[in-house]
Design a protein around this ligand. Structure first.
Ligand code: SAM
Length: 280
């Protein structure tokens, strides 16, 4: 039995329920409950929060969140094989864990949660970035959540917090820093997971700002950064020419030299350009 919650150790849970990790689902499980409790603490005091957990798997992070006092956890898991293991956790924490079988990219569960809402997840890379961009770009702000605590490959985490001027700076940095305060809270070596992935991982904490740092329409800003960084070596007058026939004038109106490259443009300047482009 584990000291944290009296449930069996995760290694036994995985063996009992035959949860052989599936590569296609990006399954790299955390087995150390002290570590999952530490990740849960990155999210801050959860005692007054509903937590949305995406991809609970055998439940390591779920147990960390519950043991750290989350008011309630709603977990969305795509792999039905994990449901019996998660049901045992729900039984140990009566009324505090609800599990939904489904694809987090398809199901909309915001309506089933009571604010304040924290989102926590250890997800496969491609699903994680797609969800992050979705959570960051609703038309209105503030969003339904107050914080995101997300595990990524370390290289992706560095792209989220990157500053202009380097290779890591791109779409994720602009969209994340526009509307949140974000930082890397923990880095983890491959051996923290079973099976170990090829690269290190990092937990990023993003706290929703009450209002975006600079005014801009989310859809327009998303289009601008997608086009700008898609061809990051090209000058912006070339990379963005599909967005407006008079793109050079618009870049100048936003205070950006048409010969500039996306990776040297600040968040503030991208927002100025999104505003200029939104004028018919
Ligand atoms: N949270 C567990 C942990 O930390 O040990 C598992 C993490 S594992 C990296 C990713 C989990 O996300 C797996 O359980 C996988 O089945 C699940 N998953 C993958 N794609 C998903 C999706 N689209 N929607 C919901 N869960 C998904």
């Amino acid at each position: 039995m584990s000291q944290i919650d009296g449930l069996p150790p995760l290694r036994d849970v995985i063996a009992t329920h035959g949860l052989r990790a599936k590569k296609a689902l990006g399954q790299n499980f955390l087995l150390d409950l002290n570590l999952t409790a530490r990740i849960a603490r990155v999210a801050g005091d959860l005692s007054a929060c509903d937590v949305l957990e995406v991809g609970p798997g055998p439940g390591g992070l779920t147990r960390g969140l519950l043991a750290e006092g989350a008011r309630r956890v709603l977990a969305v898991e795509k792999d039905a094989r994990c449901l019996p293991a998660l049901a045992e956790i729900a039984e140990a924490y009566p009324g505090r864990l609800t599990v939904i079988e489904g694809d987090a990219l398809q199901v909309d569960v915001a309506g089933q949660l009571t604010p304040p809402i924290a989102i926590c997840a250890n997800l496969p890379y491609n699903v994680g970035t797609a969800l992050l961009v979705d959570w960051l770009t609703p038309p209105d702000w503030p969003p339904f959540w107050k914080s995101l605590t997300l595990m990524f490959q370390r290289e992706v985490a560095e792209r989220i917090v990157a500053q202009p001027g380097g290779k890591a700076y791109g779409r994720l940095a602009v969209l994340s820093q526009w509307r949140t305060e974000c930082h890397i809270a923990l880095t983890l070596p491959p051996e923290a997971f079973a099976p170990p992935p090829k690269v290190s991982s990092a937990v990023v904490h993003l706290a929703a700002l009450p209002a975006p740092r600079f005014e801009a329409d989310a859809a327009v800003l998303e289009r601008v950064v997608a086009a700008g960084f898609n061809q990051r070596r090209k000058m912006l007058r070339q990379a963005l020419k599909g967005l407006a026939p008079d793109i050079e004038d618009r870049l100048r109106a936003a205070g950006i030299a048409p010969t500039e490259r996306a990776e040297r443009v600040s968040l503030e300047a991208f927002c100025a350009l999104a505003r200029v482009l939104a004028q018919n």
